[in-house]
Design a protein around this ligand. Structure first.
Ligand code: DQA
Length: 150
């Protein structure tokens, strides 16, 4: 699906607590606010010819609904599932319905953090995972989509 400007539409979906970037544990997640991050994703998308729409929710059911929307419209997804990564089978089942590439991303490197973060229930149904590069994780995922989502 393309938007009116002709760019390939991409949803960048973010799970709980990511709306608090900037004030949330800046030593782990950096100083950028969620608004900064969203603007950066849109700018990167425009450079790559993608029409990027960034959303964030703390609500599992809303996130599942957005993944259904992406599946129904064959829209590629960049997904930071946040804490849902580690335990939400509902989110995993929604990701498994994808009809276009879906890249799991993390700002931090969960593998280098607490034990409970070492499990991702989403990873096996994602196209691939990018983690540990700060805001660049989003940029790298958008770039990867340009070759995946033809
Ligand atoms: C995160 C890592 C998760 O473990 C954590 O629960 C988050 C953010 C990241 O982007 O590094 O909320 O997904």
């Amino acid at each position: 699906m393309t938007d009116l400007a002709g760019g390939r539409r991409v949803l960048v979906l973010n799970g709980p607590n990511l709306g608090r970037l900037g004030s949330r544990e800046p030593d782990v997640y950096g100083a950028m606010t969620f608004a900064d991050l969203a603007a950066d994703c849109e700018k990167t998308g425009a450079e790559l010819g993608l029409a990027v729409e960034v959303r964030q929710t703390d609500d599992e059911s809303e996130l599942v609904g957005w993944l259904h929307e992406a599946a129904d419209t064959k829209t590629p997804v960049v997904l930071n599932p946040a804490a849902f990564t580690h335990y939400s089978y509902a989110l995993r089942d929604a990701c498994a319905q994808r009809t276009a590439p879906l890249i799991e991303i993390h700002i931090s490197n969960p593998a280098a953090r607490e034990e409970f973060r070492h499990t991702s229930v989403v990873a096996a149904v994602a196209t691939g995972t990018i983690a540990g590069f700060g805001a660049d994780s989003y940029r790298l995922a958008l770039r990867a989509l340009t070759t995946l989502a033809q």
